[in-house]
Ligand binder design. Structure first.
Ligand code: ME8
Length: 674
């Protein structure tokens, strides 16, 4: 068989400001399934993932968690890696942007861009969105980021600039000459119109914080986090290393065949990344594939919205294969798709338990019962049109599945494969092998052998096709069929009629036990418990509550000095994390005339806070207002709503009328009060 060559696929490297959720799992699982299949198609495959650990956002998250950025990054990066290992994902390398090999590579790239005349020094004055780590085209200080709506921060610094403006024409030429460079089409069109709108030079260094890779020769600057991050795709395979082994690896695998990303980071990958590569005179990746978002309750699942689902909950209940199957089958790749526990369990029961699971257990247990666990020899004389139809459908399924999978139409490919599962389950019902088995004449015996052989052969084909998507369960079915180690299978040879005769089955047992309503309840409960856990264990603060804590306003009774014997130390005070936050959403809580539900932006995340200020403040008037919150208070529930912090207010008069704390000067969101 021809050697099809190499295949290099990457996921985005994930920020370590938040723990992994199923949005991250989605991209990584898709890449894992593609990588597994490519290996089975004979490609020398390299699958890269990792974590993005520098930048202002991470630095701030670390400060908020009370540890150094490195400690913080080690912890969260470790969680990503542990999850991928628990899911047995087959990544070949995991890059961390804090590793020396990456730092060295990024500095080499920066130097090369400078030598090629694409980097110059200038001064930047404008707005920056820390959440997106993006220089934005808005002029007003404090204006919202056009991408995410969060408040931007004003930056005035001497920076290094990359001549992005010089890349307009080369980029447009690239998009025209290589229509597959950006997929799907809708994303490609967005990028083209963005570039046609004009490109301005890009600031590629920062001086106001230090958590990044120093600019070689001018160490008070750190390299812009996106230039740092994007370079991972080459530094991980040896760019910038002097070692000949690494150079050979780079030559072998670069350019990447696929950069798989979510649609919100298209601009960085399809404009900045090729621009850097063109300027450095390095080959361009073959394609960038942007998928849609996983939604939960109609909005993008993200930590800042607080609507995330953790993969662990599903792994603990229905297992990794169920999650993998759901993500690839239920979500039309490229479009947004919703996640719900109900849909997950429904898919599991319909396609895995009743579909493939049923086909496998009934076929293999009948072979065990009627043929002593040995796959029977089909008899030509006992063949009917129904058997031929199954064989024909199986060959067609193989052909269609390959085409659809290669076009990243995972959902359609699985639908195709499960079309065969449904057809064979129907074939079994219609041909009633259990009834045929009751007759003992030779013709019936030959017919029974043919029916079960046909079913087993179809089962073998579906199992092989599905292996990259549901590797664990298909490996078990393969073993039960007595076929050995499925990972050695060459998918290029797969066709009807290869089932080795007289194969002795292994131990037959159910692969997908049915799930019921209690599984959904268990998952929901686990999620609630996980949501209640703070991400990082900080000392929890015991504020001696005044009556207003019940309606969580931290009252500062003014101006009563604490009695001398009740003074606290500065360390005690330092335990209370007071931060500036901005109100994004404010609304009344049904049935509670004192309470407002607020969503406040903390710079690094959004929190929901339930505050007893409804009598003093109209919700509409609060939107956009900067407030002070106790950010490290353990969350608690009020009227069924979780309050993730407490607003600080003076409490006036006997009634304790709240007056929100504020500032005369403009203060950035997230600033800590000390
Ligand atoms: O953007 N639905 O990192 P990140 C689908 N560090 N996919 C989702 C998702 C959702 N709700 N949420 C996250 C970064 N993802 C940068 C990347 S690359 C050089 C640097 C997936 O932690 C999806 O792949 O914000 C998305 O693009 C990525 O996680 C963003 O991860």
């Amino acid at each position: 068989m021809d050697n099809p060559g190499k295949f290099y696929i990457t996921t985005p490297i994930y920020y370590v400001n938040a723990r992994p959720h199923i949005g991250h799992t989605y991209t990584t699982v898709v890449c894992d399934a593609v990588a597994r299949r490519q290996r089975m198609m004979g490609f020398d495959t390299w699958f890269l993932t990792g974590t993005d650990e520098h930048g202002q956002k991470i630095e701030r998250s670390a400060v908020a968690a009370g540890c150094s950025p490195k400690e913080f990054a080690d912890r969260v990066s470790g969680e990503f890696r542990q999850l991928w290992d628990r899911m047995k994902l087959t990544y070949d390398d995991f890059i961390r942007t804090t590793e020396p090999r990456h730092v060295q590579g990024v500095q080499a790239l920066f130097t090369r861009l400078k030598e090629h005349g694409y980097i110059y020094k200038g001064s930047y004055s404008g707005q920056y969105c820390v959440y997106d780590e993006l220089f934005v085209d808005v002029t007003e200080p404090g204006a919202p980021c056009p991408e995410c709506g969060r408040t931007t921060e004003t930056i005035q610094e001497e920076n290094y600039f990359f001549k992005l403006s010089a890349m307009e024409e080369p980029l447009l030429k690239l998009y025209t000459e290589y229509p597959d460079f950006i997929r799907p089409e809708a994303r490609r069109n967005e990028v083209i119109s963005f570039v046609r709108g004009g490109l301005r030079d890009l600031s590629v260094s920062r001086t106001t914080f230090t958590w990044g890779i120093p600019v070689p020769g001018d160490e008070k600057h750190v390299i812009y986090v996106w230039l740092d991050a994007l370079a991972n795709y080459i530094t991980a395979i040896g760019y910038g290393s002097g070692d000949p082994k690494d150079t050979a690896k780079l030559a072998r695998y670069w350019p990447a065949d696929v950069h798989m990303i979510g649609k919100e980071i298209v601009r960085f990958h399809c404009v900045y990344w090729p621009a850097f590569l063109l300027a450095a005179d390095l080959p361009l990746p073959k394609s960038i594939i942007a998928h849609g978002w996983l939604l939960f309750e109609e909005s993008k699942m993200s930590k800042s919205r607080g609507n995330i689902v953790r993969s662990e909950t599903i792994l603990d209940t229905l297992g990794a294969d169920t999650l993998r199957y759901f993500l690839l089958r239920e979500i039309v790749f490229g479009s947004d798709g919703s996640f719900s526990f109900d849909a997950l369990v429904q898919r599991f029961n319909a396609d895995l338990a009743n579909g493939l699971g049923n086909l496998s257990s009934r076929t293999l247990s009948m072979i065990t019962r009627y043929f002593d666990g040995e796959i029977p020899y089909p008899s030509l004389g006992a063949r009917t049109a129904a058997d031929d139809a199954v064989a024909e459908l199986a060959n067609q399924t193989i052909a269609d599945f390959h085409v659809q999978f290669e076009q990243f139409q995972f959902s359609r490919a699985l639908e195709t494969a499960w079309g065969l599962v449904a057809a064979v389950n129907k074939y079994i019902v219609e041909n009633e092998p259990w009834a045929v088995a009751e007759k003992e004449d030779q013709d019936s015996r030959a017919r029974l052998a043919t029916i079960l052989h046909t079913s087993a052969e179809a089962l073998r084909i579906v199992t092989a096709l599905a292996h990259p998507v549901i590797p664990e369960s298909t490996a078990r079915i393969w073993e039960q069929m007595g076929l050995g180690d499925i990972s050695r299978l060459d998918l290029r040879n797969l066709e009807w009629g290869q089932l080795p005769l007289h194969t002795k089955l292994g131990k037959v047992e159910a692969v997908f036990p049915r799930a019921d309503k209690s599984t959904i309840e268990r998952m929901q409960q686990m999620e609630q418990e996980r949501a209640g856990q703070t991400t990082f264990t900080e000392p929890s603060v015991e504020l001696k509550p005044t009556e207003s804590v019940a309606a969580p306003v931290a009252a500062m009774q003014a101006p009563a000095a604490a009695p001398a014997n009740k003074t606290i130390t500065i360390d005690d005070f330092a335990k209370v994390e007071l931060r500036v936050a901005q109100v994004k959403v404010a609304e009344k809580v049904k049935g509670a005339d004192k309470l407002l539900r607020l969503e406040v932006d903390l710079g690094t995340e959004t929190r929901q806070i339930v505050a007893g200020i409804a009598k003093a403040y109209d919700p509409e008037k609060l939107i956009g207002r900067k407030v002070v919150i106790v950010a490290n208070l353990a969350p608690r529930k009020l009227r069924g709503l979780e309050s993730q912090g407490m607003i600080v207010a003076a409490s006036l008069g006997d009634e304790g009328v709240p007056v929100l704390a504020g500032f005369l000067e403009d203060v950035p969101v997230g600033a800590r009060l000390k």
